[in-house]
Write a protein that binds this ligand. Structure first.
Ligand SMILES: Nc1nc2c(ncn2[C@@H]2O[C@H](COP(=O)(O)OP(=O)(O)OP(=O)(O)O)[C@@H](O)[C@H]2O)c(=O)[nH]1
Length: 392
């Protein structure tokens, strides 16, 4: 599936940058175009792979390249004001070649949290391609303003996109480690999961054709209908054989590298269970998910239709959904079989309920939180800016 990615704010930019690295390393060809939008110059400068002409600095007249200091109302305002500049970067994207847009942002800060819903709304008005969001929730140790921002932005973002895929930083931090300490690892986890999902169906020249291909329309159908999505993942190392491709699955060839079908089937069904019952990008009860998609990626001789079908059926029972799709994604030389489970339209999500509660309570001490945000902004604008100006 080919995506046009727009990274809004620091987290958004870094994650899109990381997707480009994944594409280069795995030859996945997921990112057809990448744009980074930010109100902080330093964040744009820190990116490595997004082309410089596709890095858009907004709100210069208001915050002078220093970011909005976690003020997400200001983030939304400057996104509206500078929408034409963002659009001119998007104009250079060959939209007819993309299957969807993906707007990526951390929802706890100011720029991405405020701006991502604005750009999503704008894209939906102009283009017919689906617009998805990838929203990152803050760690619970980040402070009240981050939680409040996330609660508010989440509500708007989910309304403006065709589906909001969520990653909760709080659920992914290791014990005793602050969220900030683990961003590189967290971002790799995000990209690995979404990479396998969106990479499915992008069969390149010379690749083997999957037995039951997942194509972009199946991902789109699973995401259609809106709401919130979460992703489960599990993988297992396997031995890579030089032959033993798709053909051997059909011929029943008994050669030494032909794998035991029962083992292959069992491995797949157990990987599907592990993915769905293990740590999700947004932890939730899988019971009640409206739609789901199972993707099995790995060397072709380790994939089989029976295993995927069993995994799919099992997921149908667990979720109670009648709309569970499944398929394979052959990746030749990886030495791993990976299972990705996309659960779409999930409703029983403790973290979201908690955020909504925080938003309600925050109305009571809004002045205090507002002061925290104002102090942040003041500190940033008062920073010595010479060094930044000269670097950019
Ligand atoms: N997963 C992940 N989360 C991040 C990363 N960087 C920041 N975050 C989270 O994203 C949230 C928002 O932070 P930023 O993206 O830095 O904020 P911003 O949108 O640039 O907005 P301002 O800095 O306020 O102008 C915070 O809650 C962080 O926890 C990252 O690289 N990976």
């Amino acid at each position: 599936m080919k995506l046009a990615m727009i990274g809004f704010g620091q987290a958004g930019g870094k994650i899109v940058d990381r997707f480009l690295q994944y594409d280069a390393e795995t030859n996945s060809n997921i990112v057809r175009a990448a744009v980074a939008v930010n109100s902080a110059k330093a964040d744009l400068m820190g990116l490595e792979r997004i082309p410089e002409e596709q890095r858009i600095l907004i709100g210069q007249s208001r915050v002078k390249g220093h970011g909005v200091g976690a003020d997400n109302e200001l983030g939304a305002e400057i996104a509206e004001e500078d929408i034409d500049e963002i659009q001119s970067a998007i104009d250079s994207i060959p939209v007819h070649e993309v299957d969807a847009f993906l707007v990526v942002a951390g929802l706890g800060g100011g720029t991405g949290s405020g701006g991502a819903p604005v750009i999503a709304k704008h894209l939906k008005r102009i283009y017919t391609e689906p617009v998805y969001g990838l929203g990152v929730l803050p760690g619970s140790d980040e402070g009240g303003i981050y939680t409040l921002n996330a609660a508010r932005s989440f509500q708007t973002f989910v309304r403006e996109v065709d589906n909001l895929l969520v990653f909760d930083n709080d659920a992914w931090r290791k014990t005793g480690e602050s969220v900030q300490g683990g961003y590189a690892e967290i971002n790799s986890e995000i990209v690995r999961r979404f990479g396998v999902l969106f990479g499915a169906g992008e069969v390149g020249e010379g690749d083997e054709v999957a037995e039951s291909v997942v194509d972009s329309s199946e991902i789109i159908n699973t995401l259609s209908g809106g709401g919130v999505s979460t992703i489960g993942f599990a993988e297992e190392e396997v031995e890579v054989s030089s032959s033993g491709g798709l053909l051997s699955r059909f011929t029943g060839d008994d050669s030494t590298d032909e794998l035991d079908t029962a083992n292959t089937t069992n491995r797949i069904t157990s990987l599907v269970r592990k993915a769905a019952l293990g740590r999700l990008t947004l932890p939730c009860e899988i019971d009640g998910a409206e739609r789901a998609l199972v993707v099995l990626a790995g060397p072709p001789n380790y994939l089989n239709r029976k295993g995927i079908e069993r995994g799919r059926k099992w997921l149908e029972e667990q979720t109670g959904s009648m709309e569970v799709r499944g398929g394979d994604y052959p990746t030749k030389a990886t030495g791993r079989v990976s299972s990705v489970v996309l659960l779409s339209g999930v409703t029983n999500v403790p973290r979201i309920k908690e955020l909504q509660q925080v938003a309600i309570e925050a109305q009571d001490n809004i002045d205090e939180i507002q002061q925290e945000s104002d102090d942040n902004l003041e500190d940033l604008v008062n920073d010595d800016s010479d060094e930044l100006e000269s670097l950019f």
